[in-house]
Design a protein around this ligand. Structure first.
Ligand SMILES: *[C@@H]1O[C@H](CO)[C@@H](O)[C@H](O)[C@H]1NC(C)=O
Ligand SMILES: *[C@@H]1O[C@H](CO)[C@@H](O)[C@H](O)[C@H]1NC(C)=O
Ligand SMILES: *[C@@H]1O[C@H](CO)[C@@H](O)[C@H](O)[C@H]1NC(C)=O
Ligand SMILES: *[C@@H]1O[C@H](CO)[C@@H](O)[C@H](O)[C@H]1NC(C)=O
Ligand SMILES: *[C@@H]1O[C@H](CO)[C@@H](O)[C@H](O)[C@H]1NC(C)=O
Ligand SMILES: *[C@@H]1O[C@H](CO)[C@@H](O)[C@H](O)[C@H]1NC(C)=O
Ligand SMILES: *[C@@H]1O[C@H](CO)[C@@H](O)[C@H](O)[C@H]1NC(C)=O
Length: 241
């Protein structure tokens, strides 16, 4: 089991190295920067992004988006698919919304786990902030805990007649921050803001607006005539080899 896993991970690494070396030399002609695609509200899908059906040379395969029913989606396994709301090439951010959330229905919940979001995207906690869904066995009187009633009434399941109270908190939490009798059930991401309102409806609207992830855009000038691997440029001739 351990050996097989090691063998497998070595194989994955080799494939990653091959892909990194073969596809991505930085030459100015065929680097996928001259394509622009459009899907629904996203009119400017260009390098490093590409749509699944775009010609192979467009964009970077790591940043492949799909267009389904005129909606732009990004799949970030193992977290899942998200709706793309906007791409800001200047800030290098992509704004995403969880597909479980429905407009004007504050009973709708996010379905993906954003703590599984990762490469090639990054969460910056001064840009996007976690929203924790918390279940408590007793009512909590704290300005940090926003009551989710009547949107989410997590009524006691029929077996045990025990009422539970449902809250959200906005912002990073430390281990000791959970009140007694409370447990975190879920987490979502929202844009960082100092003034989140004390109503769950407004927090739900903020979730509907989406959160930003950072993506890396290589500087073509820096990379010109050099090998590019893992977003780093290397000279063609590596000293000492
Ligand atoms: C797709 O969305 C664009 C922009 O919102 C719109 O102009 C176009 O008509 C839509 N196409 C379809 C097939 O719904
Ligand atoms: C699309 O984005 C690229 C890269 O930022 C930019 O050069 C181009 O002008 C944009 N086009 C439109 C139509 O916004
Ligand atoms: C992103 O860029 C826009 C302008 O393109 C700017 O108004 C905004 O403040 C920037 N946001 C961040 C987080 O840098
Ligand atoms: C609102 O969302 C909840 C939870 O997903 C769902 O059960 C309900 O049917 C939705 N209501 C409407 C009007 O779509
Ligand atoms: C919650 O606490 C505040 C002050 O900490 C107090 O004024 C208020 O009456 C309390 N509310 C309930 C329902 O206990
Ligand atoms: C929760 O329980 C209350 C009282 O038993 C009931 O009126 C309400 O409809 C229940 N809500 C849900 C969402 O099941
Ligand atoms: C908070 O909600 C109130 C009432 O809905 C609204 O007037 C106010 O602008 C909101 N504040 C923020 C910071 O969203």
């Amino acid at each position: 089991m351990g050996n097989r896993f090691l063998a497998l991970s070595r194989w994955v690494l080799i494939v990653a190295l091959l892909v990194g070396l073969s596809g991505e030399t930085c030459n100015t002609k065929d680097d996928g920067t001259d394509c622009t695609s459009s899907c629904g509200n996203i009119h400017n899908i260009s390098y490093p992004f590409r749509l699944k059906d775009d010609p192979k040379h467009c964009g970077n395969v790591m940043y492949t988006l799909s267009c389904e029913n005129n909606i732009t989606l990004v799949d970030i396994p193992p977290s899942g698919k998200y709706y793309v709301q906007a791409i800001n090439y200047h800030n290098q951010t992509i704004r995403l919304v969880d597909p479980g959330l429905q407009k004007n229905n504050c009973s709708s919940m996010p379905q993906n786990c954003p703590s599984l979001l990762g490469y090639p995207y990054s969460v910056f906690y001064m840009v996007s902030t976690p929203v924790f869904y918390i279940k408590c066995s007793n009512p909590v009187n704290s300005s940090l805990y926003v009551d989710t009633a009547p949107c989410l009434n997590i009524n006691a399941s029929s077996l045990v007649q025990q009422k539970t109270y449902s809250y959200v908190t906005v912002g990073v939490m430390k281990v000791g921050d959970l009140n007694e009798g409370c447990s975190a059930e879920w987490v979502a991401l929202a844009l960082y803001s100092k003034g989140y309102n004390t109503s769950y409806e407004s927090i739900h609207s903020a979730l509907m607006y989406g959160f930003d992830l950072h993506f890396w855009l290589d500087d073509e000038e820096i990379c010109k005539h050099k090998w590019r691997k893992y977003h780093t440029c290397y000279p063609h001739t590596i000293p000492g080899t």
